[in-house]
Design a protein around this ligand. Structure first.
Ligand SMILES: [Cu+2]
Length: 313
């Protein structure tokens, strides 16, 4: 049986396309999508995965085929043919990646813009008079990082709930300005527009919730914002995504996306509780943490006894 070469190439091409398209949608690498906007990030990731799968199959396929098909015959001691460059081939394999990178660049820019990352209104808050000076032709002093603020997320202008976030070594502190609740775990109601106003107390941290597909830097001396609408009830990890010190790995907590009723119940419960121990909490937070108290805090989670700790010292 002898099938012509171009038919085999065609069949291989169709198979490769189908496998790439299927795997691009079914890789199962991403966690749950829990926010509006998450699907856009996944759309971009899935396209990259589709392209990467296709390239992987082409490269590995040709490699394996060549190893078998063109292997040295028994007793053959001659050199291979001296091949020197192939201009059309080189043009093709330069042009294809260029087009792919260009498409991905435009697409990812589009997604980032849709997520509010490029909004000039929010990302560069120059004071009014400085803007006026700039318009009048006065030289605008170099962009002052302490004046601008970073903003990311959909719908920052119409928040139903605002929460102040303070990132410190090594914890996230959430303050609800409306009720005065101070907490270590973030609770938000489902399907409500939430805006986090974030500050760092010491060094650079980053607030990351993989399920929301959002990550924002939290910087000392510069405000940053993160806006989202969580659309799936559940518990998701909040992770510090910026190496911020020796216990950076322990700087994580939980985002609770509650139903409206659960959220209200939680607020009720904590408003009463927080009134009682607010002073205590504030006193605790204002105390500088020693190496021992930090270790103790973390050893608590790990089930290490004070005796073991004492031996370490
Ligand atoms: Cu951190």
């Amino acid at each position: 049986m002898n099938i012509p070469g171009n038919i085999i190439t065609l069949i291989a091409g169709i198979l490769l396309t189908l496998i790439s398209l299927w795997y691009g949608q079914n890789h199962g690498l991403m966690p749950v999508e829990a926010s509006e906007g998450a699907a856009q990030v996944d759309g971009l990731f899935n396209l990259m995965m589709t392209i990467a799968t296709g390239l992987f199959l082409i490269v590995e396929g040709v490699l394996i085929y060549s190893i078998i098909r063109f292997r040295r015959k028994k007793g053959d001691r001659t050199d291979g043919p001296p091949i020197e460059g192939n201009v059309p081939l080189e043009i093709v394999w330069t042009a294809i990646p260029t087009v792919i990178v260009f498409i991905l660049a435009v697409y990812s820019f589009e997604v980032y813009n849709n997520l509010g990352g490029l909004d000039p209104e929010t990302s560069r808050d120059f004071p009014q008079e400085e803007m006026q000076m700039a318009e009048n032709g006065a030289k605008l002093v170099a962009f002052n990082p302490h004046q601008g603020h970073l903003s990311l997320g959909i719908g920052s202008s119409k928040a139903d709930l605002e929460v102040d976030v303070n990132g410190i070594q090594y914890a996230w502190i959430f303050t609800y300005p409306d009720t005065g609740v101070v907490t270590g775990e973030l609770h938000v109601p489902v399907n409500k527009q939430v805006k986090l106003n974030m500050k760092a107390g010491d060094v650079i941290h980053a607030f990351w919730v993989p399920q929301l597909r959002l990550k924002q830097d939290v910087l000392p001396g510069r405000d940053s914002e993160l806006s989202f609408k969580a659309n799936k009830i559940g518990e998701y990890p909040i992770i510090c995504a910026e190496l911020c010190g020796p216990y950076h790995g322990g700087m994580k907590t939980v985002l609770h996306v509650d139903s409206e009723e659960d959220y209200q119940a939680w607020v009720q419960e904590n408003t009463i509780a927080s009134l009682e121990d607010k002073e205590e909490t504030m006193a605790l937070l204002s105390q500088p943490m020693t190496e021992e108290s930090r270790l103790e805090m973390h050893s608590h989670h790990l089930g290490v006894t004070p005796e073991t700790l004492a031996q370490l010292h």
